[in-house]
Design a protein around this ligand. Structure first.
Ligand SMILES: [Zn+2]
Length: 317
């Protein structure tokens, strides 16, 4: 009998269940680091969406990405605002930075404007054990930054947005170690990572002082070159509500700063460092990208003009 009770309690700790005392639904346990709740279990523990057919992340095969002329440049509103970041916290098995209102994205083939709510990170174990979620042609990058936005209609309500197949727009940026022996660079990343020592334990949260913008963190990336596909949240409940944009160029950050993520912050109920925060790859989805460089078109046009000119010359001659 005791065994049955213990077993029932154990199940209750892992799957959605109602707290009998208050009749509210308790938070569901999922994790990256334990066999009972790591990403291989999510399709079983959270079958409603994690077992779906447009799940993320995926491996992007660059040669299979088809041309899509609607993938125009984005508009990034308030990405240059050095006071937009409000807090940084250790929550939901990641480091999350929350943004104040007024930060938005539009264009980029999206159906309209989206409010940008937060960004967070996925990483492996230091700069030498990569931990991006998406991979490109099988390559896994050191880290991946996800900037999460929701359709204006939902007034920053993520619960409503995740019920719409295109309610969430996520921007994925790969992060790679800088070449050479640079340390503590770029300055924007030095500033951001300086907060990590204040949020070592799960649930801890601190304010971000004005001084760095999203543009500062996205230094060096050509934001007109990206992949697009329809997928899901990469953590439970894995809602299939995400328009994914994965940028081709990576952000270059010095190895010492990349290493701070996997050595400073800790998992919930643990003094273990937070490492290998990425979901296993999911089945491929159709991916699109910008049509081939306009330079090729220019060359063709020049050749065509030359041929016409030659033709005219021959006729006149
Ligand atoms: Zn993410």
């Amino acid at each position: 009998m005791k065994l049955i009770v213990v077993a029932a309690l154990a199940v209750c700790a892992l799957v959605p269940c109602v707290d009998a005392s208050s009749s509210r639904t308790t938070t569901v346990a999922w994790c990256y680091n334990e066999p009972a709740c790591n990403s291989s279990t999510w399709s079983t523990l959270f079958p409603l969406y994690c077992n779906g057919s447009r799940q993320s992340p995926i491996n992007i095969m660059s040669a299979n990405a088809t041309a899509n002329a609607s993938l125009t440049a984005f508009g990034f509103q308030n990405f240059n605002n050095k006071s937009a970041m409000t807090t940084v916290q250790n929550i939901d098995n990641t480091v999350r930075v929350t943004l104040g209102s007024g930060v938005q994205i539009s264009g980029g083939g999206l159906s309209g404007a989206y409010d940008t709510l937060q960004f967070h990170f996925h990483w492996g174990n230091g700069s030498s054990v990569p931990g991006s979620e998406h991979t490109v042609d099988g390559k896994r990058y050191a880290m991946e930054m996800h900037i999460v936005s929701t359709k204006l209609t939902y007034n920053r309500n993520i619960t409503l947005a995740t019920q719409d197949p295109t309610g969430v727009a996520a921007l994925g940026f790969f992060i790679e170690p800088m070449s050479g022996n640079a340390t503590n660079s770029p300055a924007s990343w030095s500033n951001l990572t300086s907060y990590l020592s204040n949020i070592t334990t799960e649930g801890s949260i601190v304010s971000v002082a004005p001084g760095i913008s999203l543009d500062d963190l996205l230094v060096g990336v050509d934001r007109t070159k990206y992949y697009r596909y329809l997928g899901s949240l990469t953590t439970p409940n894995c809602n299939e509500a995400v328009v994914w944009t994965v940028f081709k160029q990576s952000i270059k950050v010095s190895s010492d700063l990349i290493n701070l993520f996997s050595t400073t912050v800790q998992f919930a109920n643990s003094t273990l460092p937070m490492t290998n925060l990425f979901r296993s790859l999911q089945p491929a989805q159709p991916v699109t990208t910008q049509p081939a460089s306009s330079a090729a078109t220019v060359h063709c046009s020049v050749a065509l003009v030359a041929l016409v000119a030659l033709g005219l010359a021959l006729i006149r001659g």
